[in-house]
Design a protein around this ligand. Sequence first.
Ligand code: ACM
Length: 510
Amino acid sequence: MKNNRLITFLMAIGLMVLVSCNQVKTDLTQTPFIPKPVSVTATGQAFKLEKTTVVYVQEGLEQTGNYLAQSLGKITGTTFDVKKSDEVPAGGIYLSLSAGKPELGNEGYELVIGKKLIEIKANQPAGCFNGIQTLLQTMPVKAAEGEIPVIATGTVTDYPEFGFRGVMLDVARHFFSVEEVKQLIDYVAAYKINILHLHLSDDQGWRIEIKSWPKLTEIGGSTEVGGSPGGFYTQEQFVELVNYALERNITIIPEIDMPGHTNAALASYAELNKDGKATQLYSGTEVGFSTLWAKKEVTYQFIDDVVREISAISPGPWFHIGGDESHVTDSLDYIMLINRAQEIVTKYGKKVIGWDEIANATPVAGATVQFWADVKNTTMGVEKGAQVIMSPAKKAYLDMQYDSTTHLGLHWAGYIEVDTAYFWDPASYVPAIAKENILGVEAPLWSETVTNIDEVEYMVFPRLPGYAEIGWTAPANRKWDEYKLRLAKHGKRFEALGIDYYKSTLVPWE
Ligand code: ACM
């Protein structure tokens, strides 16, 4: 009798587990989407992703369709056909630009999952790409052998809070290969990040080929923090990265820091120095000791050539001129140099971005200041007509340690645990800066202590999905206690992808 009761009890538990698993498979609202969409409704059935499922695309969405087919192929280990169709097919997956809803904007989408047909409708290819990322989160990263992924039916309607949702990688302090950068692009694209800012030059290294100034990479690219060999991207490799990113709805923003953070250039070309003598290469981690010389005309020829060559291979609208921590530049010289650099960037058809210090000069029309440290600079920038990117070091710097025991990273701006990283709002963080002046949010990863992609992964994950959500999801829909449960379910995804993430004890990992 006792045994019978035990068996009945165990069967009841088993049934409950089964019901709850099936419920997840047929209840779209249970999917732990990050970033959280504007609205999700469930219709209680399931779509089965068969090996024979076809991806149909409207004219102009071939590349987006191929990306989806490749992604599904990675999940199931099979190949999916992509076919053009101007009509909505009876079954399969259909991508189209037929949303007809202006409120979705350039990046919004509607994902309608039926029993036989999944439709992703948007105004622009970028919207379809974002809808694909949402759809992919309904499936495992890698299906088990013979498993047919089952997707709950329903509708997701979604669009972002901010059009600029970025991450920065400092490839100057330590160099990261093309393959490593592509890896990072793949990881962040899954969370609808649409900007990769590359910090391409600093005291410790110059990382992009400039054909008219070849010693920048020959000499300036030859080392990195700690004295190991460094490296650089040829222009061809940079274009490869730009295109790889664009296929994933990510715009690369090139940054050449000036007038400070320039020792790699000053060591490469003697004429850029005040005294005409090249400096020594530098592989330490101090900041604020180098400067371009604002009173020499060759400085502006140098900036012109660098901006011209990089702009020609950067299809995005922006060029980042740095401008931070120029502690040994006279303040009038700083203003003169930043103003002339802005003219050059404008001449080559790009919009200026600079760290918040550039507000001390005269921001040109369309300029953006990137808030990292100084509220006064940033509000002055807004008063002078500039837009703002929110990257407060105390909240958004991916190189800050999680806590005092983290083996990588720094803590000059504080420790940034996963909840601290999530719990802030770009639109109200600086009360004097209104939302209409804010382009968006960016989380920078400086690489003084970070040397390879595994270490990048550890600092980026699991904070990055939170930054992605801060950029995408309205503040009213963001609550840490609810978010951490969704994030907990992404741990398995990180593991399946081989992402070496920080297992914060604040998150109930599953
Ligand atoms: C910065 O962290 N120096 C922008």
